[in-house]
Design a protein around this ligand. Structure first.
Ligand SMILES: [Zn+2]
Length: 288
């Protein structure tokens, strides 16, 4: 099945580029999610066309390909920006015995409709003084650095991702936030209910890249799962891990809390592919 419009590969002068099928799982990915990208070489191709290595970029982020278990293709994670356009362009570099070809594939992406939460607050609550703005900027830079380094970490997870809390989801990813009648932002995480101190668990195997006490996020743990994928656990009452620890999926990383910029205790769970914020719930559908 081909679910993409593939442009003819730019073959080298010596030989035409190998024929490949490129598809995504799901077939119509959603903006603001993580999807899988599959590249399958044409089985009728000559053995000399066997791909040795695959690389690529999409939405300004590098792709990290693994040969799949069955040995008949390659897969990579594909982060799809929430505020991107209606298609995502994937640039692939195909390497086989001494030859390198490039090809570009465009995928249509779906934009779901998100609900809007209307909040009425004292305007002073959403305006920060300059010292606070400087602090927030530096904390954003630290989080970006965690994501950048994750592209250099090998993939650390194999088991499917799991939710960090058994509790109810109280606010979904992408929900519009309207303050005093103006849409000011979108909710770039998933909120889970929980009583203070209840366990927050690692969604997947990874290494603790950062333990922080941030103005907005409060006590926060960032896990680097490798291959560009990072999850974060915010507003914690306590942290049970240290930077550099390797944690297994399901390990307790801290407790539900109300630290940082919040109105009550809950877990705000985030996921990023490189610099792209994605709905962490979309990780739960990933199968390798
Ligand atoms: Zn939240």
């Amino acid at each position: 099945m081909v679910s993409a419009l593939a442009l003819p590969p730019t073959g080298s002068a010596q030989a035409p580029a190998p024929r490949i099928t490129v598809r995504t799982i799901p077939a119509l990915p959603v903006r603001g999610t993580i999807a899988s990208l599959m590249v399958v070489p044409d089985p009728s191709g000559s053995p000399n066309d066997s791909l040795i290595r695959l690389a690529g970029t999409a939405a300004d982020e590098p792709l990290h390909f693994d040969a799949d278990g069955a040995g008949d293709g390659f897969h990579a994670l594909l982060g799809i920006p929430l505020e991107g356009g209606d298609s995502v362009e994937v640039m692939l570099v195909l390497e086989r015995s001494g030859l390198t070809d490039t090809t570009t594939v465009a995928f249509a992406v779906h934009r779901p409709s998100y609900p809007t939460e209307r909040l009425r607050v004292d305007p002073r609550m959403i305006r920060y003084d300059s010292a606070t703005r400087v602090r927030i900027e530096s904390e954003i830079a630290q989080a970006i650095e965690v994501s950048r380094r994750s592209h250099e970490t090998p993939r650390l997870w194999t088991e499917p991702f799991r939710p960090p809390r058994p509790g109810r989801i109280t606010s979904r990813y992408g929900t519009g936030r309207e303050f005093n009648g103006t849409l000011t932002s979108r909710h770039l995480g998933t909120d889970f209910s929980g009583k203070p101190g209840e366990p927050v668990r690692a969604a997947g195997r990874g290494v603790v890249a950062l333990v922080a006490d941030f103005f907005l996020a409060g006590r926060a743990v960032y896990l680097d799962h490798g291959g560009g994928l990072v999850t974060g656990y915010f507003h914690l009452s306590r942290v049970d891990v240290a930077a550099g620890d390797t944690v297994e999926a399901g390990a307790v990383v801290g407790g539900v809390g109300r630290t940082g910029r919040v109105t009550g205790p809950h877990l705000h769970w985030i996921a990023r592919y490189g610099g792209i914020s994605v709905d962490p719930v979309s990780l739960l559908a990933l199968r390798y």
